[in-house]
Design a protein around this ligand. Structure first.
Ligand code: PLP
Length: 380
């Protein structure tokens, strides 16, 4: 059993303190085997038979994530989308699901397609409003409420404890996409959520070199076992090298998130004073509609993600992004390098994102360098 009296930065840095029993190595070796020896009496007493279901390379990163999220169990997946879709696919055919109007766009599209095909019944609600969530759930019929907080890309905040109460009162479970907050800032399970999902591609790995996802459960119950079986039989499994790299990235998660939060706050404040900026969307600013709830449920910072709306509309926003030298023009988030993107171009037709919006993922570079580069790119 991992110690429960240690701070998350200690738990992460030591990756639970696991060492290799055979060699004493402070890092566990990558185990590439796809199959395991059966005992002479036809049993598998060591508990593993085949790599799709029983990958030893997942044990430490899953245990670490479980500890950081204060959960009961975790599962790694080959992408955040694989984690999320495995969860939705474990629901009964036609199950009613409530999801946010503002959320990661590819998952919103996937849910809409599931609804169109009749696999799920999906209602999209304004998840920043508990009243809207309450109206969207159907007691006795809703099976899952999905939220993302802070959510792409204006970073609205959902009150997790309030959403959990609403979901449970309707007989549904609450699942939280915790990619942006990370367990360093918010632990949804401690606030009443049932499941947490990550695009581990982002902050958990942190180096823009692994696509991965995860689910963590508050309880190892019958639904969780359906997800365990869903990964093993569905076959959406992460590679061993990726699992190793993800674990290595997670060991520095506290440092990276702390730095990103501090710098994002400074970038947000600098952009709020910039003459070419129409609006700054960052939960750390008192002007943000989710600021009060974020203060309550995010400890230690408001995350490394913000968006700015540029005066002059779409063309001015794209032009500013074209002039940065330090920020990298790329999609994704949560890496050590800062990224800038014209979000509407990524999301395409039908996006709710304003055309003048630039999404910023603040990395761990010097904040003055980032502010100087972005300010110059925006112009006078
Ligand atoms: N959730 C959020 C908040 C994301 O930003 C992303 C990816 O950008 C995903 C889920 C999907 O994760 P992946 O790209 O690892 O499949």
């Amino acid at each position: 059993m991992p110690r429960t009296d240690l701070h998350p930065s200690t738990v992460a840095a030591q990756a639970l303190g696991w060492t290799d029993a055979a060699t004493g190595a402070v890092v566990l070796p990558i185990q590439p085997a796809t199959t395991f020896i059966r005992d002479p009496d036809n049993e598998y007493r060591r508990g593993r038979s085949y790599g799709r279901a029983d990958n030893p390379g997942y044990d430490q990163p899953e245990a670490l994530l479980t500890a950081l999220e204060s959960g009961a169990a975790s599962l790694l997946f080959p992408s955040g989308m694989a984690a999320a879709t495995t969860l939705f696919r474990a629901l009964p055919l036609g199950a009613h699901v409530v999801a946010p109007q503002l959320m990661y766009h590819a998952l919103r599209r996937w849910l809409a397609a599931q609804a169109a095909a009749g696999y799920l019944a999906v209602d999209f609600a304004d998840a920043a409003s508990l009243d809207a969530l309450r109206q969207a759930v159907v007691p006795g019929r809703s099976r899952l409420v999905w939220i993302e907080t802070p959510a792409n890309p204006p970073w609205p905040i959902t009150d997790i404890a309030g959403a959990a109460e609403i979901a449970h009162a309707a007989g549904a479970v609450l699942a939280v996409d915790n990619t942006v907050a990370t367990p360093m800032l918010t632990r949804p399970l401690a606030l009443g959520a049932d499941l947490v999902m990550h695009s581990a591609t982002k902050y958990l790995n942190g180096h823009s070199d692994v696509i991965a996802g995860s689910l963590t459960a508050a309880r190892d119950d019958e639904f969780w076992q359906r997800l365990v079986a869903g990964r093993a039989s569905g076959g959406a499994i992460l590679g061993n090298l990726e699992a190793y790299l993800l674990l290595r990235g997670m060991r520095t998660l506290p440092l990276r998130v702390e730095r990103a939060c501090r710098s994002a706050q400074r970038v947000a404040e600098a952009m709020a004073a910039h003459p070419r900026v129409l609006q700054v969307l960052y939960p750390g600013l008192p002007t943000h509609p989710g600021h009060a709830v974020a203060r309550r449920q995010m400890a230690g910072g408001f995350g490394g993600m913000l968006s700015i709306r540029v005066k002059g509309g779409e063309a001015a926003a794209i032009a500013a992004a074209s002039r940065v030298e330090l920020w990298k023009r790329a999609t994704s988030l949560g890496g050590v390098e800062s990224l800038i993107e014209h979000r509407a171009s990524v999301e395409g037709a039908g996006t709710p994102v304003p055309p003048d919006l630039l999404r910023l993922s603040v990395g761990i570079e010097d904040a003055d360098d980032l502010i100087g580069d972005l300010s110059a790119a925006l112009g006078k």
